[in-house]
Ligand binder design. Structure first.
Ligand code: FUL
Length: 693
């Protein structure tokens, strides 16, 4: 009698008396090692090996160990630079596709003990391990399955006696490892013990991954295994460093069906960018991207590293969408990160530190439309700002579209919103909106299609308000939100944008008004006393322009750098209409289906030092050149081939390929011939060019 009276009274008071049981997990869930990986947020992958010395992206496997001889290799400098950037670990490329092992392995002679480094007593992996221990950084290894040096590659013994043994050595001597990184570039031509041939393997069966991963699990149980399709961490499908705006940590990978491969050949890669809603596996994405243009150090790419603000942008598009960021670092021939790259990392780390130092929502009054079972002690909003990713605010089972009002007590200015789900209970939310109280009314300022482990909304402008509201707009089940934050990015001066038109005129602009723009054309860093940019100027030859913006107090922005080849204003494409390859517009491209040549008349004789090839930029691969020959002529009739080779890794990282010629050559015509394509027939190109200086 008395009991039911109380119940009626509570219902009348609008309170929920139905006891809510513990919140049920939704869908597939992360393992403990995946949670540990997720919390790493950002780490660096370091490419330093044979290709550093041969100036290539992929070594062929015939490199002499004698050329590996860094004079001042410093694991402390490299790991320290990553740490200053806010990264929490490094993945060491212990063996790249060329097969050279940076540790004294027993599995092959092609290793560091045969190099002059420390008189054959060197062990780069050990040096990294000690540096990581000293600096409190996590360590992981990348051991390329594809080995262009090994005579056994392609036979079962390579997997059982070489590759797995190499992994065992790495696992037993250099742990604890937080990841074991397995890239997907497999099979093709190589040295293979001197046979110099192409070897094809069946990617799905050759490596016997189940057995290999059994070894990883046993010897490094804490290591998350990265592969194109997991099993613990998937590739995001591009080497540009971003996940999809809609991003699911769950994934059902499937290989393209025979005969149904779309023209781009990238079925699973595209799917990796967003993942699969209600996917079969918990398999979050890693976004890998090099800081420089390529993964290895190339002097020709000095001055072209991503700026700190480029990295900030990528951070929001990777970590800010719930994935992890893996930034490529490339020590130079001496064995250290260049001063320029060190500074960029430091600046990037500083910006993030400053941005996330103060959560402006901490101490706010949170008013939730529903709290699970009215049990604030267990499911209340206080957990939103306690810095734990796993304590959370939850709603009743039937409440899937709750709102949360955040009263900041006074006006606060922010441009970043952070929100996290407790992923131990799965990825649940399928849509959320954010409102700000502006001029006496709620105004929607952003929406997101997914949340997961981390969601950062970066507004392009500051909002000043005393009240913010979160609305969950779609969720199949009750929500479990572990974090809510508001932050403000430090103000920065916008670096200028440098462009050259078809006539060869350079103009320099900024997105926002600045005090002045200063520039140089001789490769030196611009300062307040460099020439001011007033009007467009001619740059007919190739060259490098550097520019800065200055505010009213002469405070400089970061430096923009733009390299240009010989101006194409007087060029003509011979044979047919392939003008889009010489229109100085990276977004247009030519795709010839029946001929595999592009021929250009430069209009006059030039002494050519290098040529460039920018593949199509539309994410398609038909006609994309991976093997080339390049010839010159003085009359357009007799040709001399002056270069041939491969554009390594062009499919995954389709950046401009710069090929310096062995000796400069005087010519009026050049011809690029595609000898090998990623897919399709003929040849395609966004731009082709030459350098004459
Ligand atoms: C890819 C490789 O082919 C590239 O050379 C680079 O190592 C990148 C991180 O992974 O699969």
């Amino acid at each position: 009698m008395r009991k039911s009276f109380i119940a009626i009274a509570l219902v009348a008071a609008g309170l929920n008396v139905s006891a809510q049981s513990a919140l049920k997990p939704y869908g597939v869930l992360p393992s403990q090692r995946q949670l540990n990986w997720q919390e790493t947020d950002m780490y660096c992958i370091v490419h330093f090996s044979m290709a550093t010395y041969t100036d290539k992206e992929w070594g062929y496997g015939d490199e002499e160990p004698g050329i590996f001889n860094p004079q001042s290799f410093s694991a402390m400098q490299i790991v320290g630079a990553a740490k200053a950037g806010g990264f929490k670990g490094i993945v060491v490329v212990a063996k790249h596709h060329d097969g050279f092992c940076l540790w004294p392995t027993k599995t092959t002679d092609h290793n560091i003990s045969k190099s002059p480094y420390k008189n054959g007593k060197g062990d780069i992996l050990k040096e990294y391990q000690l540096a990581c221990q000293k600096l409190g950084m996590k360590m992981a290894v990348y051991c390329s399955p594809w080995d262009r040096n090994n005579a056994l590659y392609g036979k079962p013994e390579y997997v059982t006696k070489v590759y797995r043994e190499q992994l065992k050595e790495l696992y037993s001597n250099y742990g604890p490892l937080f990841m074991s990184w397995h890239d997907g570039a497999n099979g093709g031509d190589g040295y293979y013990g001197g046979t110099r041939e192409a070897r094809k393997i069946d990617r799905s069966t050759y490596y016997g991954w189940d057995t290999t991963w059994g070894i990883t699990r046993k010897m490094q149980p804490g290591a998350s295994i990265f592969g194109d399709v997991g099993p613990d961490v998937r590739w995001v499908g591009n080497e540009e460093g971003h996940a999809g705006e809609t991003y699911w940590a769950t994934y059902t990978p499937h290989a393209p069906e025979e005969g149904k491969v779309p023209a781009n050949g990238f079925v699973k890669d595209y799917e990796g960018t967003e993942g699969t809603r209600k996917g079969k596996f918990w398999m979050p994405a890693e976004c890998d991207v090099p800081l420089r243009r390529g993964w290895f150090y190339h002097q020709s790419q000095d001055g072209q590293s991503k700026s700190a603000y480029n990295l900030v942008d990528l951070y929001y598009k990777s970590v800010g969408r719930g994935a992890c960021l893996d930034l490529g670092l490339s020590p130079d021939k001496d064995g250290v990160i260049t001063g320029e790259d060190v500074n960029i990392l430091k600046q990037f780390g500083g910006i993030l530190k400053q941005t996330f130092a103060v959560n402006l929502a901490k101490g706010a009054y949170f008013k939730a439309s529903n709290i699970r079972g009215n049990n604030s002690a267990k499911y209340g909003t206080a957990f939103l700002t306690d810095y734990s990713r796993y304590t959370y605010w939850a709603t009743n089972d039937k409440v899937t579209k709750p709102t949360l009002e955040v009263d900041l007590h006074s006006a606060k200015t922010f441009n970043v919103i952070r929100m996290r789900e407790n992923i131990k209970l799965g990825q649940r939310i399928e849509g959320a909106a954010f409102d700000a109280w502006i001029d006496g009314a709620w105004k929607e300022i952003a929406t997101v299609p997914s949340v997961g482990a981390n969601r950062l909304v970066r507004l392009p402008y500051n909002i000043t308000t005393s009240k913010v509201r979160l609305r969950i707009t779609k969720s199949p089940v009750a929500v479990a939100i572990s974090d809510f934050g508001l932050f403000k990015e430090p103000v920065h001066l916008v670096a200028p944008i440098i462009l050259r038109n078809k006539l060869g005129e350079v103009s320099i602009t900024t997105e926002a008004p600045v005090g002045s723009i200063r520039y140089t054309t001789d490769g030196t860093q611009p300062t307040a006393s460099s020439p001011a940019f007033i009007k467009p100027f001619m740059l007919a030859d190739d060259g490098e322009i550097k520019a800065i913006s200055l505010d009213g107090n002469n405070k400089p922005s970061e430096v923009s750098t733009q390299a240009f080849g010989l101006s194409k204003s007087k060029w003509q494409v011979i044979g047919d209409d392939a003008k889009k390859a010489i229109d100085d517009d990276a977004n247009t491209f030519v795709a010839k289906l029946t001929s595999s040549e592009l021929v250009v008349d430069l209009g006059a004789d030039y002494t050519i030092k290098a040529f460039t090839y920018l593949p199509r930029q539309d994410k398609q691969t038909d006609g994309m050149v991976s093997g080339y020959s390049w010839a010159v002529s003085n009359d357009g009739a007799t040709w001399q081939t002056v270069a041939d080779g491969e554009f390594s890794n062009i499919k995954s990282n389709p950046i401009e390929q710069l090929v310096p010629l062995k000796a400069a050559v005087k010519a009026r015509y050049f011809k690029l011939t595609a000898l090998k394509l990623i897919s399709g027939t003929g040849i395609s190109a966004a731009e082709i060019g030459v350098q004459v200086k």
